[in-house]
Design a protein around this ligand. Structure first.
Ligand code: 0L1
Ligand code: MG
Length: 266
């Protein structure tokens, strides 16, 4: 990241508590860079890591990792050249077909994603897409519900990293498929709302290949002296753009030759 920190520990704790409270109580806050325009990406990840620490201390379990801003179109829109990462916990996990009350969220959007489970530890720096691909065991259709805690969905890269990349809930399809049987780059993905096709895409929309996204995650974790343990669930990033949803909507994702994932907003 090559950026220095501008925040002391107390400020990291204060901002993490603010964003954690906003997430748990579905309350909007002003984007944090309005008051602190010099915040760096390193500060932002420090805040995100502190939110994870708070949530683990409250009894949640780390259930996986997610990649964000993985489509070239979204990166261009945000004026960034690299994707970002966040964490998943068991509290955010919904079973396939679950009902999700709108009152638990602020202004949710959904993304169709390809998720994977790794078979062995991956360690960067220098992890390649080929190495990452060799570590992908199972593949699943999945839905990410993103719900930026920032008022009016106004954010910049630094504020969104601190806000755990807008992660809110996720659904992993009940049935997956072994990666060895699939061509992840060419996997077709269909996102539907109430039976109507909202968007279609392919695995290649995710940084050129979902394994490239996994490798990018491993290399970003290496910058924090962390590896990615065997058996980690990774949501590799949106294949399609994100769509607003409301009570009464049923969201359905199909990944060709893999399976489906469904969610009902109530
Ligand atoms: O998972 C994602 O790509 C979310 C990125 C954060 C930006 C947003 O909330 O749209
Ligand atoms: Mg996403």
């Amino acid at each position: 990241m090559n950026q220095s920190t501008t925040l002391d520990e107390t400020s990291v704790g204060r901002l993490a508590a603010l964003l954690h409270d906003a997430e748990t109580n579905a309350r909007e806050v002003t984007k944090i860079t309005d008051a602190l325009p010099d915040l760096t990406q390193e500060d932002a990840y420090a805040i995100q890591h502190e939110i994870l620490r708070i949530r683990l201390a409250n009894g949640e379990r780390l259930s996986g990792r997610k990649m964000g801003l993985t489509s070239f179109a979204k990166m261009k829109q945000m004026g960034v050249e690299r994707p970002i990462y966040g964490f998943l916990t068991d509290r955010s996990c919904l079973v396939d077909g679950a009902e999700l009350p709108m009152r638990d969220l602020i202004h949710p959007k959904v993304e169709a994603e390809i998720s994977v489970i790794t078979s062995h530890e991956l360690r960067g720096p220098g992890c390649t897409a080929t190495e990452a691909l060799a570590a992908i065991d199972m593949v699943y259709a999945s839905i990410e519900v993103i719900d930026s805690r920032y008022r009016d969905f106004r954010f910049d890269l630094v504020s969104v990293i601190a806000d755990n990349t807008s992660a809110a809930r996720y659904v992993i399809g009940a049935k997956g498929a072994p990666a060895a049987l699939l061509d992840l780059r060419n996997l077709g993905v269909v996102l539907e709302r109430n039976g109507e096709v909202l968007a279609t895409g392919a695995g290649a929309a995710v940084l050129g290949h979902p394994a490239a996204s996994l490798a990018a995650l491993v290399n970003m974790l290496a910058a924090e002296n962390q590896s990615l343990p065997a058996g980690t669930l990774v949501m590799t990033g949106g294949v399609t753009e994100a769509f607003r949803v409301d009570a009464g909507d049923t969201v359905h994702v199909t990944v060709q030759g893999v399976g489906t994932a469904e969610l009902k907003l109530v």
